[in-house]
Design a protein around this ligand. Structure first.
Ligand SMILES: *[C@@H]1O[C@H](CO)[C@@H](O)[C@H](O)[C@H]1NC(C)=O
Ligand SMILES: *[C@@H]1O[C@H](CO)[C@@H](O)[C@H](O)[C@H]1NC(C)=O
Length: 452
């Protein structure tokens, strides 16, 4: 049975690869980010700037940039002060609008019963009271997890609160403690509202030069997120290392990023087709996004990242794609509260149920095991030929990455990023508005580490 079905599968893959070669759509344009970047202000050695690209369709790629130096609290303070306008608008205005729209879909089943009893009647009231519901739930998660949070992370969050209130545009009666609390709470959003994504790493025989190309796409649906994209580069003191994080104002946790020593992380909520679709977890541990942040800042290589994942107190199940410069290899880590399992291109099929591809380790955007065939077919059609151009075609055809996607080339030390476009209601009016259909930005990672 097995040999028969796998040979049928390879015929299917062959046919599909011929088909997709004929049907490959043109990929959107890529702009060299440095040609569209300007620094606009600085404080204590840290800088803020913007990348602005006006496109032919009348829309704009507009990404904020932060280049942060010094201790955790100095970097936090500079981020708060330099980006205060965006932080205040995002956290105080846009997130509340978002919460009002999302409240009926908020799954509170992972919260303790007493809190569910408080929140459920409020949820039923709907929109107006929604922000209060979300902030209460976020605050609960923070209070529950705080004992696991490393001191420098807390110092950075408190720095942001102080920085916001020290800025020229601070809101009236700005209270640094209150802002620090908001920052701590908003960083718990990915613990409460889980994110679907696609991840793969292709290397060795799968790429033209044998180097590692990694993809991380973020599918998070509607909301203000794409409009408030911040590309932040941290230069912490040694022995920590520089890293870049693609996130949102006030976010200290990392959802997408790569470090100077070459650890790239892709993260995906690990859903299954079982009921409940989220695997067991709890809020007794370090938030997933802070675990990723710790890896980027501190892990020397893939092995160090993976042993850290084994040792840390874990909360919720996710897939983590981990690649590094040293080996130019990529693993997918099945990260659960109860255990951590590292999968390679040769073993990942045990969990995904999908065909194995030599030197390509991948997990598609669906719950696992996935019965969809489009991602393996696309990857197979690019075997030996995975480049940034291929990645752009693959995300577009697989339809993954609405808020943003990023891809890292670990040999050339480049990064490509694309960000979605949303209307005033935070909606993508067309698939071409999602990040996977949008023009991309190309970054030289060495420039980012050099503070350029
Ligand atoms: C890689 O892509 C190029 C351009 O599409 C094509 O000419 C070439 O045949 C491909 N190589 C492989 C190994 O598929
Ligand atoms: C996002 O930005 C676009 C372009 O500036 C704007 O038209 C839209 O209203 C914004 N949407 C949100 C939710 O902020």
């Amino acid at each position: 049975m097995a040999p028969l079905s796998s040979s049928l599968l390879s015929i299917g893959l062959l046919a599909a690869s011929l088909l997709s070669l004929c049907s490959a759509k043109d990929v959107p344009e890529t702009f060299v980010a440095s040609e569209f970047s300007t620094w606009t202000d600085s404080y204590d050695g840290s800088k803020v700037g913007r990348i602005v690209v006006d496109l032919d369709d009348g829309s704009t790629i507009d990404v904020a940039r932060l280049d942060l130096v010094g201790s955790a609290s100095q970097r936090g303070f500079a981020a708060g002060k330099l980006l205060a306008d965006d932080i205040v608008e995002f956290v105080d205005v846009k997130m509340n609008e978002y919460f009002s729209g999302e409240v009926t879909g908020l799954d509170i089943s992972s919260l303790p019963e007493w809190l569910q009893e408080v929140l459920q009647p409020l949820i039923e009231k709907g929109g107006e009271i929604a922000p209060q519901v979300f902030w209460s739930a976020l605050n609960y998660v923070w209070e529950r997890e705080v004992e696991y949070v490393p001191a420098p992370i807390i110092a950075e969050m408190e720095g942001i609160g102080a920085g916001v209130c020290a800025s020229d545009s601070a809101p009236a009666d700005c209270d640094a403690d209150e802002w620090a609390t908001k920052i701590k709470n908003i960083n718990m959003l990915p613990e409460l509202v889980r994110m679907a994504c696609t991840a793969f790493g292709a290397y060795g025989s799968a790429t033209p030069d044998g180097g590692l190309i990694q993809l991380r796409s973020l599918d998070f649906g509607s909301g203000p997120f794409a409009n408030y994209t911040v590309l932040q580069v941290h230069h912490p003191p040694e022995p920590a290392q520089a890293f870049v994080s693609l996130s949102f104002p006030g976010f200290v946790g990392v959802i997408t990023g790569v470090s100077e020593k070459g650890i790239g992380v892709s993260e995906k909520v690990w859903m299954t087709y079982d009921t409940p679709d989220i695997q067991p977890g709890s809020y007794d541990g370090l938030a997933d996004v802070l675990v990723i942040r710790e890896i980027l800042e501190n892990a020397e290589d893939r092995e160090a990242a993976e042993s850290y994942l084994q040792s840390v107190a874990r909360t919720w199940t996710i897939w983590l794609g981990v690649g590094d410069y040293a080996s130019q290899r990529f693993d997918l880590v099945g990260y659960k509260q109860k255990d951590v399992t590292v999968y390679s291109d040769e073993t990942i099929g045990q969990e995904t149920g999908q065909p194995l591809l030599k030197d390509i380790c991948y997990v598609d955007k669906h719950p696992q095991p996935s019965t969809a065939t489009d991602l393996p077919e696309l990857l197979q059609s690019y075997a030996g030929n995975v480049t940034f151009g291929a990645v752009q075609d693959i995300v577009q055809q697989h339809g993954t990455g609405d808020v943003h996607w990023a891809s890292y080339d670990f040999l050339k030390k480049k990064m490509v990023v694309a960000v979605g476009r949303v209307d005033e209601n935070g909606k993508y009016q067309h698939d071409s508005w999602k990040a996977y259909g949008r023009p991309a930005l190309l970054f030289d990672l060495e420039d980012l580490w050099a503070g350029k």
